[in-house]
Structure formats: C-alpha cells, structure tokens
Design a protein around this ligand. Structure first.
Ligand code: GLV
Ligand code: MN
Ligand code: MN
Length: 416
C-alpha cells in the first residue's frame, strides 16, 4: 500500500511559498541573490528541519534535506526555489515542495530507507543578474567550476562569489560532486506547456531535455541626428535589427517541428527619440532536442546575420553565452516512473522537455529522471497554474517511486 501523504500540508506549503517575493506589478520575482530568494531558502530549511530532516548546504549553496538511510549513498528529489521576474508559483517550487512532502511522508510512515533520501534544492536555476542560469546544478556537477565564476559580477559590481557566500555556500569544491555520494536524482516539475492539458492527462515522464544555444549579438551602427541625416547615409542599428529578427522568424518557420527560438532580450543605444540608434545588443536563443538541428540552424543564422550586417555597413559581433547539449533521461529511471504512473491507473505518457532544467546537468553525472505535472499551459508569467488534484496525484507517484527506487539496486531491473 502507498503511504498516505498530507495533501493539506503540501498545499499549505505551496501557498506559503507563493507569498514570498510577490511582485507589486504581478507574479513572483525571486531571482537568485534577492532578499526574497534568501527568505524562501531560510523558510525551506526551517520547514525541512521541522519535518525532522537534517539540513546542510554544499559548495554551491544547494540545500540538502536528508533522511538518513542504512547507507550514505544518496538518492535525491527536488528542483529550485528561485523564479524569473514576475513568474508563477509553481515553476521550481512545486518540485521542491513535492519532494519534501514525499520524503517527509516516507519518514513519518516509519519507512527505513536503504539509501539516504534527500530533498535537493538547487541554487539559481533561472537566469539572474550574474547571467548564470542553472548555477547550482552546474557547480554541483562540475560543468562550471568555482574558479570559472570567481570574477563574475552583476552590473553593479556585486560578485557571484559574495552572493553565494551570503546564501551560505561553503565555496569549497570538496562539498560538490564527486565528493557528495549522490547516486540518482529525480526532478518533479510543472510541465509549463499545453501538451498534457491537450491530451487530458495529468502526468508524464520526460525522455530528454532540450538543448539550448544562446548567442549575444551586437549590431554596431552610427549615432547621428534623426532629422538631418539623409536616409541613404544612415547606419541605423535598429533598422538592421528589424531585418535580422525577421530572418530569424523565417528560419524558425522553416523548422517548426524540430526547433524553436526566441529573441527575448534587446537593448538599444542610446535609446533616444531624436538620435539614430548606434547599437543594438540582443540575445537570440535556440532550443531543440536534436543537437544536429541546433548546431546547423544556429550557425546558418549566424551566416545570415553577418551577410545582412555587411549589406547595411553595420558591424556585427557574437558571443556564445550558452551551448548546452540535449540531455537524455536515464532509461531505468524513466521505466520506473512509468510503472508508478501506470499503477495509478493512468497512461504513462512520455514527453520531451522544451524547458531547461537542473536535471539536464545532473543527468550527465548520475541516473536522472523527471516527472511532469500538467499545467494550464502558461509559465514564466503570473498566469501559471496547476490543479491541486494533479499535484496530489504527482506527489503520490513520486512517493511510491522514491520507495521503489530506494529498494532496487541501481543498475538492476526494478523489483516491482
Ligand atoms: C528554464 O526555466 C528555461 O529557461 O527553460
Ligand atoms: Mn523556469
Ligand atoms: Mn523550473
């Protein structure tokens, strides 16, 4: 029989988390390093300790809440507690609090785990002022080293090392993998897209997490008087940008089944009504679960951008700020999650994730899986929503999964 979790406690915790970082303009703004993010980290540690779990912070400030087992080897479940600007209440927090509920339930029902079970809250998953998304998982897994980020600051000169130290990170590489005996990770997460809603299904198992490429491109023209400069003598960076962004849309339209892309960050200089824009800085992002498509299309675009720049006499430079390969989820972990979904009488749906997750990095080091919970199809905005019934169902599946995962010797077939 599956242990009975406390629906009331889980929903009350989600409500408490929602209250931290409310943005007067709408939604929740809780980026890494902010007062609100510090507050939710403290709140989470207090909740975990009150639940009887042992808490500790690692070299990257990731929060661990441990339910000690017969051995030190750890199986962890969790997600993140930071948010995008004016984000929703579920992206990250849902997975972290579902994991807390699952581990607490197993503990309270007298389960004696073989492995140490952990709730893992990863530091700074979302883009932040330091331009370092999935910070905690990349540091934990060695995709980034503490030395790599030593000199990185936000625009005001505040260093990421200082922000990590203030969050309680030990900044010691011996408090990261492989020194932490982590043997597996599962991330429950709101689906964030409309696919489960459209299928009428509450849960899915993730097969692979999209690859993401981000290029920061600067278009350099020339500032001049907005009235007196003859039209044909202008080197207007915004006019160039308009053509470059139209070419981006045309390229995406030609590959709709294989990739998607966004220009979500644009800055114009000097940004004045009566000065021809000298400079446009923008970040173009490509996503695809297929590495070959991702590389081919993003490089084709870069060739087009350079040609368009040349035609208009504009200088073009590029900096690759992210090049993250698609990340397949562990096959055994997927199978076990599917079995747990099926044992609730549900169809075990398999989906690719078009959102990035910390699980993409963990998967490169330990067997990793993801469980999706149906959303209303909105995310990274204040309208994000998730049904309480689906949350409870997902938590039940997660709890049963953790118990079963703990009992099977990793690398062998599940015993169920
Ligand atoms: C993570 O939130 C992403 O950008 O997909
Ligand atoms: Mn997100
Ligand atoms: Mn997330």
């Amino acid at each position: 029989m599956n242990p009975v979790l406390s629906e009331k406690r889980l929903l009350a915790r989600l409500e408490s988390a929602r209250m931290i970082g409310g943005d007067p303009a709408g939604g929740i703004t809780r980026p890494f390093g902010s007062v609100a993010e510090r507050e939710i980290r403290q709140w989470f540690l207090a909740e975990a300790e009150a639940a009887g779990l042992r808490t500790r912070l690692d070299g990257a400030g990731n929060l661990w809440a441990l339910f000690p087992g017969a051995e030190e080897n750890i199986l962890a479940a969790g997600s993140h507690l930071d948010t995008v600007s004016q984000g929703g209440a579920y992206d990250g927090a849902l997975g972290a609090l579902m994991a807390l509920e699952a581990v607490e339930t197993l503990k309270d029902t007298g389960y004696h785990p073989q492995h140490t079970l952990a709730v893992l809250v990863l530091t700074g998953e979302e883009p932040n002022a330091f331009r370092l998304s999935t910070l905690g998982s990349r540091l934990l897994t060695g995709m980034l080293s503490l030395d790599d980020i030593r000199d990185i600051t936000d625009d005001s000169g505040y260093s990421v090392w200082q922000a990590l130290a203030e969050a309680g990170a030990t900044l010691n590489s011996h408090d990261l993998l492989p020194h932490i005996p982590l043997k597996g990770f599962v991330e429950p997460h709101i689906e964030q897209g409309p696919r489960l809603k459209e299928m009428g299904q509450p849960l899915a198992v993730v097969t692979r997490i999209t690859g993401i490429v981000r290029h920061r491109i600067v278009i350099q023209g020339e500032a001049n008087h907005a009235g007196t400069t003859p039209w044909l003598q202008r080197r207007d960076a915004v006019q160039g940008f308009a053509q470059i962004v139209a070419a981006f849309k045309a390229l995406i339209d030609g590959h709709l089944d294989q990739l998607t892309g966004t220009v979500g960050y644009v800055r114009v200089y000097p940004n004045a009504v009566n000065i021809i824009p000298s400079t446009v800085e923008f970040i173009v992002e490509w996503r695809s679960p297929d590495q070959t498509v991702l590389t081919a299309v993003s490089e084709e675009y870069w060739d087009m951008v350079q040609q368009l720049g040349n035609q208009r006499g504009l200088g073009i430079t590029r900096q690759v700020i992210l090049n993250q390969a698609p990340s397949p989820m562990d096959a055994t972990t997927q199978r076990l999650l599917q079995q747990m979904i099926a044992s609730e009488g549900l169809e075990p749906i398999a989906l690719e994730s078009w959102a990035g997750h910390d699980a993409a990095h963990l998967a490169r080091k330990v067997p990793t899986g993801m469980l999706f919970i149906r959303s209303n199809g909105k995310s990274h905005c204040s309208d994000e929503d998730c049904d309480a019934q689906d949350i409870v169902l997902g938590s039940r599946v997660l709890t049963a999964f953790l118990r079963q995962w703990d009992q099977m010797v990793l690398g062998r077939r599940p015993s169920c």
